[in-house]
Design a protein around this ligand. Structure first.
Ligand code: AMP
Ligand code: GLY
Length: 427
């Protein structure tokens, strides 16, 4: 099989790594890829937002399967473009991906289909938002309707907070058109977990659970990032809760999407809050998570290409039950100085090869480039250092040992990944 992966981050590196181990994959390409991916796939210089160019390439090079990482090409309709040309792609259509691209749409959809979620009110102006906040009470959560790279969610605890936040949305318009409509949402407390399922429109196969550490500093402090680390299993979801997630969240969503003509093929990634009243959905993503993918794929023993192909063809019911390594996997993200604010580029990186040789360690490139013959930093999240071991704690310790060996100016990382994970309770 000839396979193309679309994207250029740590998630796509992990996907390429997993696909390379597949018995079915003869040739592997990535558009545009990165220096780490280039060690395992042929990189094609097309950016992931150029969906027509990618489809042209896929047609010319006759790929059997294309796997999409990021949300941008999905929201631009890459799946529709491929389907129009009769080519096989793993990822949802533009209308199915709206479950991620519009928070107001998602909230109204959850209500229509009885999916367990927080109460929420859609608002198109400051005065509507003021009224909704009065109704909701403090604390509550304000969310930009559109894609905002995880930065469009603000928790407000007082009238003063709310004034400041609403000014960001409606006056300063820092989220652009994505913040012209907002959602005022009930604040939920509990633990967060990531629950990803591979879907073929009718069937859903849950992947191992994972946990993502979104805040930049230890102890979940500071601003949100794209993800500072994670581990699989999540360590906080037992088997009974996982089956509630399938029954109360995943299935009604998949069925609802189909009933509304938005048949979903791809990864449904549920960002969950495990509350005292049970699991509730905070948001769905229509794609693989990052860094969740980097900790899930190393645990997957089933053939990744076979799984994604079965989903893309609507044949998941014929795919054998997933085989998962009992070992845990943890990831520590090494970030560039300044991230998640403005960050530095072009700092030489040392020690990657040494770190990669350590037992159980795999290193995925997120934001790197080659300058001359040096590997340098080229993104906010630079490298994702992962390790597998019998427990989450041991996996994290191994990942930290490897992370120590890698050096670049300004490097920063969280030091508490896996520290509060407890014992693994489920897959
Ligand atoms: P989202 O983009 O909707 O996943 O939100 C980003 C982050 O904001 C989540 O990972 C949570 O930490 C937090 N968050 C979102 N919605 C809520 C909520 N209703 N209650 C409490 N925290 C929330
Ligand atoms: N781990 C967060 C995300 O992929 O959106």
């Amino acid at each position: 099989m000839k396979v193309l992966v679309v994207g250029s981050g740590g998630r796509e590196h992990a996907l390429c790594w997993g696909l390379r181990r597949s018995a079915f994959v003869e040739e592997l390409f990535c558009a545009p890829g990165n220096p780490g991916i280039a060690e395992t796939a042929d990189c094609l210089p097309v950016s992931s937002g150029n969906i027509v160019e990618i489809a042209d390439l896929a047609e010319k090079l006759q790929f059997d399967l294309t796997v999409v990482g990021p949300e941008l090409p999905l929201s631009l309709g890459i799946a529709d473009e491929f389907s129009k040309r009769g080519m096989t792609l793993f990822g949802p259509s533009r209308v199915a991906a709206q479950i991620e691209t519009s928070k107001v749409f998602a909230k109204e959809f959850f209500r229509r289909h009885g999916v367990a979620t927080a109460r929420g009110i859609a608002c198109a102006s400051k005065s509507e938002a003021d009224a909704a906040i009065r109704q909701m009470g403090y604390p509550c959560v304000l969310k930009a309707d559109g894609l905002a790279s995880g930065k469009g969610v603000l928790t407000v605890e007082s009238g003063e907070d709310a004034e400041r936040a609403l000014s960001l949305f409606f006056q300063e318009r820092v989220f652009g058109a994505g913040g012209d409509r907002i959602l005022v949402e009930e604040f939920l407390s509990g633990n967060e977990a990531s629950f990803l399922a591979v879907c073929d429109g009718q069937n859903a196969v849950p992947l191992p659970t994972a946990r993502d550490y979104k805040k930049v500093y230890d102890g979940d402090r500071g601003p949100n990032t794209g993800g500072m680390g994670g581990h699989s299993p999540a360590g906080i979801l037992d088997a009974a809760t996982s089956s509630r997630v399938m029954k109360e969240i995943l299935w009604p969503t998949l069925k609802g999407l189909e009933a509304e003509g938005r048949t979903f093929t791809g990864v449904l990634y549920a960002g969950l809050m495990l509350t005292e009243d049970g699991p509730k959905i905070l948001e769905f993503n229509a794609r693989f998570g990052d860094p969740e993918t980097e900790v899930i794929i190393p645990r997957l023993q089933s053939d990744l290409a076979g799984l994604l192909m079965a989903a893309a063809r609507g044949e998941l019911d014929r795919f054998p039950a997933l085989e998962i390594k009992p070992e845990a996997c943890a990831a520590v993200v090494l970030c560039a100085g300044g991230y998640p604010g403005n960050y530095e580029h072009g700092k030489p990186i040392r020690g990657v090869n040494e770190a990669a040789k350590m037992a159980g360690v795999e290193i995925f490139h997120a934001g790197t480039a080659i300058e001359g013959d040096h590997l340098v930093t080229a993104g906010g999240r630079v490298l994702v250092v992962t390790a597998c071991a019998p427990t989450i704690g041991e996996a994290a310790s191994r990942a930290y040992e490897a992370a120590e060996v890698i050096e670049f100016e300004g490097k920063h990382l969280r030091r508490d990944i896996g520290a509060r994970a407890g014992r693994p309770t489920s897959s």
